[in-house]
Design a protein around this ligand. Structure first.
Ligand code: BG6
Length: 482
């Protein structure tokens, strides 16, 4: 039975309200929560940006965003109209004085206040200062910030310091939208809600772990940002690191923000440095009528990677000897994100070599077709003697949960409501982000110093051949991207 957790009345100000993220993610997510009945009647959403426009125009912009990103049958005209009544707009100048008294007049002090900084990080400090100068934000206001949270340890540290000058850590919500994905939360439910897995969840029983986030899109219109980041900064430092943490962390004593984040931090701090030989970087070529990476970023000599595969080792008692292989890339064969935990083979086969070998595999699929599959070994049916086969014990949400599976909120819906509820469990703490950069920086420095070029790969492939070698070398192979 699906349940909607009630939230209190709020005023949510979206700085960068006319931007791409607001249009694609934030505003459609808010509409869906409104439709689900989770947005209290008196709540307001205030778009704030530099553009001179009025509430009427902004409402039209929001209406269009809903039209574009939500299927028509889920957005009846009447519902959209009702939603738009909650929306207003204020033109503000983050670096000046214009608009701030208007904003101050709009934001109520007796309801929950959240400020979404959907703007370039260079503006975080200005926004934080203005909000306080004009008495808009108080000690319980929440601010939401997006990645990129810095591009290295130094810049992330500086950003944290800027925010800390105005807000306490309990007010800061650093979004990593992967943490809001339903299956990612399910990963925790499966690990800590069952007795079956946890006793086996260590190097003694787990052979290796694979985390794949494959995309079919290229850099599209984001070339300017992406070329300065690459897959390592764009995906590994944050999303993949968070997934790795949730798999590798010790059981927190409670499902509470700091209990969970303390455990994740310990994992990041225990990561071994990664040698260049454990990394394969790639860059997609032109294909299927679409431009090559370098054409998309307009730098014919770009050495930025759009694909990365790497072996990561965790130096602690639980995981020493179990490698984690990470792989992510754009313009690959299909869009697929999954985590694969491959257990070791039984120590001895009582059935003899000819029965075949088998190892249990737990596949946690984030997208598409969210679900969890445990592959177990059984006897091949029939009179053929004792031969072993692998069969899936399947938990696709759609099958197991029926129509409720359709109620799975998108990551942004979940996370924005968590902000209103004041729950930081699925948000990154400042020290986690810094620790992740501290691990990432030397890896990036090693290839930049040497002027390494990523290997070209075909659009629609699984990345450069060398990525396969990374596992073959260790006597393993990647699960198919499909
Ligand atoms: C973003 C990255 O954080 O995540 C993008 O900047 C990437 O490059 C995206 O495409 C992937 O998110 P999702 O939810 O589509 O898997």
């Amino acid at each position: 039975v699906s349940r909607v957790i009630p939230v209190e009345t709020f005023d949510l100000v979206i700085f960068g309200g006319t931007g791409d993220l607001a249009r694609r993610k934030i505003l459609p997510a808010l509409f869906r929560r409104f439709q689900a009945g989770q947005m209290p009647e008196e709540s307001r959403i205030i778009g704030a940006a530099r553009s001179e426009m009025g509430t009427k125009e902004f409402r039209a912009f929001v209406g269009e965003a809903i039209g574009e990103f939500i299927p028509a049958e889920e957005a009846p005209a009447k519902a959209v109209e009702n939603f738009l009544r909650h929306i207003s707009y204020v033109a503000v100048d983050a670096r000046g004085t214009d608009g701030w008294s208007d904003l101050s007049a709009q934001v109520r002090q007796d309801v929950i206040q959240a400020f979404y900084f959907s703007v370039a990080p260079a503006l975080f400090g200005d926004l934080a200062e203005r909000l306080h100068e004009h008495g808009i934000a108080g000690p319980e206001s929440r601010i939401v910030v997006e990645k990129p949270f810095g591009r290295d340890l130094e810049s992330a540290h500086a950003l944290n310091a800027t925010l800390a000058a105005h807000f306490d850590e309990h007010q800061i919500y650093r979004i990593d939208h992967y943490l809001g994905k339903e299956t990612v939360q399910n990963l925790m439910a499966v690990r800590f809600g069952n007795i079956l897995f946890e006793p086996l969840w260590n190097a003694q029983y787990v052979d290796h772990v694979q985390i794949t986030v494959a995309e079919t899109v290229g850099v599209e219109g984001r070339g300017a940002y992406y070329d300065l980041s690459g897959a390592m900064r764009d995906m590994v430092q944050n999303h993949m690191m968070q997934l790795l943490c949730l798999i590798a962390m010790e059981p927190p004593s409670q499902f509470e923000p700091d209990a969970v984040r303390d455990e994740k931090l310990k994992v990041i701090r225990a990561l071994d440095p990664v040698a260049p030989a454990e990394i394969v970087r790639g860059q997609y070529k032109a294909g299927n009528g679409r431009p090559s990476y370098v054409e998309g970023v307009e730098n014919p000599d770009s050495r930025t990677e759009s694909f990365i595969a790497m072996r990561v080792d965790i130096a602690n008692w639980r995981w020493k000897g179990t490698p984690f292989y990470l792989r992510t890339g754009k313009r690959l064969k299909s869009r697929m994100s999954e985590i694969v935990v491959t257990f070791r083979e039984p120590p001895h086969s009582i059935f003899g070599e000819e029965a075949g070998k088998s190892a249990n595999v737990l596949v946690i699929r984030l997208q598409p077709d969210e679900g969890i599959t445990l592959r177990v070994t059984i006897k091949e049916p029939g009179p053929g003697g004792m031969r072993l086969v692998d069969v899936p014990l399947d938990m696709t949400f759609a099958e197991a949960l029926g129509p409720d599976a359709d109620d799975i909120p998108d990551a942004y819906e979940r996370l924005i409501m968590d902000v209103i509820r004041g729950n930081q469990t699925l948000f990154m703490r400042g020290d986690e982000v810094e620790a992740a950069w501290a691990w990432t920086d030397p890896i990036i420095a090693a290839w930049s110093d040497k002027g390494d070029r990523p290997l070209p790969y075909e659009t629609g492939s699984t990345g450069p051949e060398d990525a396969l070698m990374l596992l073959h070398r260790d006597g393993r192979r990647w699960r198919e991207i499909e």
